[in-house]
Ligand binder design. Structure first.
Ligand SMILES: [Zn+2]
Length: 397
């Protein structure tokens, strides 16, 4: 579909279309049939009439229109209620200094607890746990363990489960973030792609249920990353900036295949608590997100790096967050302190048409969802306290 539109536009330009003059002010316009797109370099100025601008058109990098809209603005530097970030990437926390620096930043945002989701196991995990245990800030963090999905073969599941058990005993409160590589490109020893629902992994998924810890899993990437890099792709800029995010090469696994494999795991292990990172990549399709949550009561989602999809559909997102208020947790992903307030503003205010922090994610504006306090509390901390055991339970509003 996307390709055919693109080809249709290109062929119109090549095959030649009728150039018509249409009254004063309209230089030569190109006619297109109803329903046909305008040729590249032109825009529709009257029904069926396409025209090129007189001045050279800027690239999408250089077009930076300044909005003249005057509307109430509410900056929200601190979350209204103390928050738990279930998708934390604080970097190294193995020294007292690093921990103190993080806590100072977290205090400014009203971020009470960060779940460290650096996917580390064994000695590296223990070092972080020890540094935190020795710190006056130990209750500001909890650490998730990691899983190494290389060399999956016979017996792997049982070994991974016993490593998990040791990590939990050492103090890990779950596992994560299981990275997108798992499913996308991690290979088995025979060179084949390790499928998310490979049965060798079953003993590991079952161990999570037995140990009563959640698994925080990132599967696939935004849908657009699996589509051709053409001018209809709404993530064109990002894909163009970061070639490694292009997942549409021949032979690569598709988005739908990954969703199927992930859902097979959710279905096969109903007693295991899964936290789907990035809203399961369904924030651009809330009906699909709803179906996932309806089908799999053992699944919750977090909101890391999908704010641009919530903020462009504030009414639908509001209703979704109200309906699924027990199933959504706050998570941020990359730790950039000045980006958190955009989340608070979308969740808490009714502001309209304001900037997002990263143009290459979203060239559109955001709107506030105006969530009620009861929903905000669940989103910010109550759901995390329930899903992740071993968090400080007292001192919450
Ligand atoms: Zn992450």
């Amino acid at each position: 579909m996307r390709n055919s539109c693109f080809i249709a536009a290109a062929s119109l330009a090549v095959l030649g279309t009728v150039t018509v003059a249409q009254g004063p002010g309209m230089r030569g316009a190109t006619r297109v049939e109803p329903g046909q797109p305008c040729p590249p370099g032109t825009t529709e100025v009257r029904p069926g009439a396409c025209q090129a601008p007189d001045a050279p058109a800027p690239s999408i990098l250089d077009y930076r229109p300044e909005s003249t809209l005057v509307t109430p603005q509410h900056q929200v530097p601190r979350a209204k209620f103390p928050a738990i970030d279930v998708h934390g990437h604080p970097g190294d926390l193995s020294s007292a200094d690093a921990i103190a620096r993080m806590v100072a930043e977290m205090d400014k945002l009203n971020l009470r607890i960060m779940l460290v989701a650096e996917n580390v196991s064994g000695d590296r995990l223990t070092r972080t746990l020890q540094a935190l245990a020795a710190s006056p800030h130990k209750d500001r963090f909890r650490v998730m363990a990691g899983v190494d999905f290389r060399n999956v073969g016979p017996g792997w599941g049982a070994r991974a489960a016993s490593q998990l058990e040791a990590d939990v005993k050492a103090g890990a409160v779950g596992v994560g973030e299981i990275s997108k590589s798992f499913g996308l490109n991690t290979k088995k020893p025979d060179g084949s792609r390790l499928k998310v629902d490979d049965p060798e992994l079953d003993p590991l998924w079952e161990a999570f249920a037995r140990l009563d810890v959640p698994v925080f899993i990132h599967t696939a990437e935004p849908q657009e990353f699996f589509q051709p890099l053409d001018y209809t792709n709404e993530r064109w800029l990002e894909l163009s900036l970061f070639p490694s995010r292009r997942n549409n090469q021949p032979g690569q696994v598709t988005f739908e295949q990954l969703m199927t494999e992930r859902n097979n795991v959710f279905r096969k292990h109903p007693k295991t608590r899964f936290i789907a990172a990035h809203f399961g990549w369904h924030a651009n399709d809330l009906a699909r997100a709803a179906k996932m949550l309806d089908d799999f009561p053992n699944v919750t989602v977090e909101v890391g790096a999908i704010l641009y999809d919530l903020g462009r559909q504030p009414r639908g997102a509001h209703d979704f967050f109200v309906k699924y208020q027990d199933r959504i947790m706050f998570g941020k992903d990359s730790f950039q302190p000045d980006e958190y307030p955009y989340y608070w503003r979308v969740f808490e205010t009714n502001d309209e048409y304001f900037d997002y922090y990263r143009d290459y994610h979203a060239f559109w504006k955001l709107y506030g969802m105006g969530l009620p306090d009861g929903v905000l509390k669940k989103l910010y901390y109550q759901n995390a306290l329930r899903v992740v055991k071993g968090l400080p339970q007292t001192g919450w509003p």
